[in-house]
Design a protein around this ligand. Structure first.
Ligand code: ADP
Ligand code: MG
Length: 701
């Protein structure tokens, strides 16, 4: 039987072909269900009345009862406006209209009681309310919906076509009238009883038409819990499914290459955390199950070494390994570091990026195909269909936040019997987000820095202090240190950003003239050959300063660089700033991060900078980021293609509900891993629906 919720939106009372097209285009609402799950983004409580003496321009919306004393016409021409002085027993407030002046004067009587509703503002030091809603007190009784008004986001285009927040609410009302019988619940009865959850029909109705704050809370709770629960159920059952379906290659031995490296080439003692993590990985690799592990570790915690040792285990067991990085610069760097570390050990390692020449590419292809190449390092180029391995046993993805689930999935297709996967990320993400982004992975954490690191000192200067900063930089260069200067580059194509960088290069070259100083420049628009030359100039220690865009954000490792200057720091997000700062503080010398900004800062930008100055802890910063910006904006979540489009839950605020949802999902799958019990039939069906529409997991298997 078709589900009524799948009905096209044009069949709803009040929606014709034109409106349905607009709703689809502007809000993605195609069906009854889409509308039903288009939730208010906020509610306005109209149960409360304020006195005029209490009004304050910081208040969002207020409702006041009083009378209009008089109307005045003010200004002339385009500035023409109508004002009214509105009074209650505590004072008066000015009401202002710029449109519909005549209509207002004709419609409202002086000295009659009205209820006005609007947002207080400040003009000439006095509080006013522009374009208030005015209501007759008699109407109060008759208000259709309720005293708590749902507010929906709309767009300019919708508003121009008379689809306002109110219209959407009205359509929701029409929809509920057409929904007979009640909406079928999407959670089994036993769950609703056990966890005391409201049923779906009520929860949806109340969310759109709340009458009281307590009920609204409960209704939203039910919907949030359900939303997060199904994501967790989906991720956890994916994990079970994978475990059952795929046999992992068994890497049973720790052999010659690993031991040679460990006893002869290891450049330093492993930290306790590195040892522990290598052990965890070894256990996975030998277990007979395919590894899917996330390795989290703050910038500079030494993940590369862990990656290398894992690859050596694969090679000792007769397999090839691949290490994939998000940028060409980072791939080259990994390639160089690893080649260096493997010096004297008989392992063939190659580099493959977008700019690898065709002839070389062909050679690499055949080396991978016949097994002559043991390790391949590279960018996305590695997941191109032409790359075939003889026996790929381990895939390592560095800086995962740049890759999406979908790209992870493509690696799987490479082989009938998929390789082990280790995903490494330096973006410390809050637990809640990790559970959602990487909920299908096991997690290892490097929570210890290599010894002898000094915490980076972070300072904030505005542009007016630039000369002071230059003096400081010269002092550092005199002491033999190297310096990064980074300019924001939000999109590679934005000309303006390059202008910033170009101006910067000019200013720096003037302040740091040759031959005394050597300045190197690298940005995304350069040819990769030139990029490599510029980088080399800096990594080899010849250049004192490297001016760059955020291409150096991830992974670049130059221990002698001890100062990171970030220009227009207010334009970067917190986790990006933290990543950039992680480029310094790798040697034994004291390192510095200098955040440059304009004098005028928004509140949020100021907070971000304050957090950076006061904290060096990546996890603390990530939590703050989530709080400040909300998860939708967190770097990596948007491009990651995770496909979880949360409609009502908020990962920043609903962490507890998420933990609870995950526990419930775990408990259910522990008892019934394949959801075969009759009791869980709804869950199984729901998972199927969700996977079909939202997260295309089918790609993965
Ligand atoms: P990330 O985790 O950010 O990828 P890297 O692997 O680039 O960190 O390591 C950062 C720096 O720390 C490198 O210069 C590396 O050689 C060094 N390093 C890694 N492990 C250790 C260790 N156990 N002792 C000392 N230095 C280490
Ligand atoms: Mg790294």
């Amino acid at each position: 039987m078709p589900d009524i919720l799948d009905t096209e939106i044009k069949f709803l009372t009040g929606v014709g072909p034109k409106r349905s097209e607009l709703l689809d285009k502007e809000l993605g609402i195609k069906t009854f269900r889409d509308l039903l799950y288009y939730f208010p983004y906020k509610y306005i409580d109209r149960t409360k009345f304020y006195k005029i003496s209490e009004l304050d321009p910081e208040m969002p919306y207020v409702q006041v009862r009083g009378v209009i004393d008089s109307f005045q016409a003010e200004g002339a021409g385009r500035n023409k406006r109508l004002t009214a002085s509105f009074r209650d027993d505590t004072g008066t407030v000015k009401l202002v209209w710029f449109k519909g002046l005549k209509w207002i004067v004709d419609s409202y009587k002086l000295n009659k009681e009205y209820i006005i509703f609007g947002r207080p503002g400040l003009f000439n030091e006095a509080i006013n309310i522009v374009h208030p809603e005015i209501e007759d007190p008699d109407q109060l009784e008759k208000r259709i919906s309720s005293n708590i008004q749902s507010q929906y986001s709309t767009t300019e285009k919708l508003k121009n076509n008379y689809i306002s927040s109110k219209t959407i609410n009205k359509l929701q009302g029409n929809l509920f009238k057409q929904l007979e019988p009640r909406i079928k619940d999407t959670l089994p009865l036993w769950m609703r009883e056990k966890y005391r959850l409201m049923d779906l029909h009520d929860a949806l109705f109340i969310t759109h038409f709340p009458n009281d704050n307590k009920d609204l809370e409960r209704a939203r709770y039910r919907l949030k819990l359900e939303e997060l629960f199904y994501i967790q159920l989906s991720l956890l059952s994916l994990k079970i499914h994978r475990g059952n379906r795929f046999k992992g290659h068994v890497f049973g031995i720790i052999g010659e290459k690993f031991n040679d490296f460990y006893s002869g080439n290891l450049p330093f003692k492993l930290t306790g955390a590195q040892k522990r993590v290598v052990k965890e990985i070894r256990r996975d690799l030998g277990s007979g199950k395919q590894m899917n592990r996330l390795l989290q570790g703050d910038v500079g915690s030494g993940k590369t070494l862990v990656a290398l040792m894992s690859m050596l285990i694969a090679i000792d067991n007769g397999f090839q390994a691949c290490l994939m990085a998000p940028t060409e610069i980072l791939s080259i760097q990994h390639y160089n570091t690893i080649s260096e570390m493997l010096r004297g050990i008989d392992i063939r390692i190659c580099l493959l990026t977008g700019s690898t020449k065709k002839s070389e590419r062909e050679q690499i292809a055949s080396g991978l195909d016949d097994g002559a190449i043991n390790i391949i390092v590279g960018t996305h180029a590695l997941i191109e269909d032409t790359v075939r391995f003889k026996k790929l046993g381990l895939v390592i993805i560095d800086e995962q936040h740049r890759f999406g689930v979908a790209q992870r999935a493509r690696l799987w297709k490479k082989d009938r019997n998929p390789p082990h996967v280790l995903v490494m990320t330096a973006t410390p993400i809050p637990r809640t987000l990790a559970m959602t982004l990487y909920g299908d992975l096991d997690v290892s954490v490097i929570d210890e820095m290599p010894p002898g690191r000094k915490a980076v000192k972070t300072m904030h200067f505005t542009d007016s202090a630039r000369l002071k900063v230059f003096a400081f930089m010269k002092e550092q260069i005199r002491a033999g240190q190297q310096i990064y200067i980074v300019y924001p580059l939000i999109k590679e194509s934005e000309k303006m950003d390059y202008k910033d960088l170009e101006d910067g290069v000019e200013a720096i070259s003037r302040a740091f003239p040759p031959p005394r100083y050597v300045v190197s420049v690298v940005h995304g628009r350069m040819k990769s050959k030139d990029k490599a030359i510029s980088m080399k100039l800096f990594t080899s220690g010849q250049a004192n300063i490297l001016i760059a865009t955020t291409v150096i954000e991830v992974g670049v490792d130059v221990p002698n660089a001890s100062v990171m200057v970030i220009e227009s720091a207010e334009r970067f997000g917190l986790s990006q700033l933290h990543q950039l700062r992680g480029r310094v503080g790798r040697g034994a010398k004291q390192s510095y991060c200098v955040l440059m900004s304009s004098d005028k800062l928004s509140n949020e930008a100021r907070k971000r900078i304050e957090i950076m100055v006061s904290s060096n802890d990546g996890f603390e910063i990530a939590e703050a980021d989530l709080r400040l910006r909300g998860p939708g904006d967190l770097e990596g979540t948007r491009q990651s293609g995770i496909g979880f489009d949360l409609r009502i839950a908020n990962l920043g605020k609903d962490g507890q509900i998420l933990e609870y949802a995950r526990r419930i999902a775990e408990e259910i799958l522990n008892n019934d891993p394949l959801l075969q019990e009759a009791n869980n039939a709804i869950l199984k069906q729901q998972l199927k629906n969700i996977r079909k529409t939202e997260y295309d997991w089918s790609k993965i298997s």
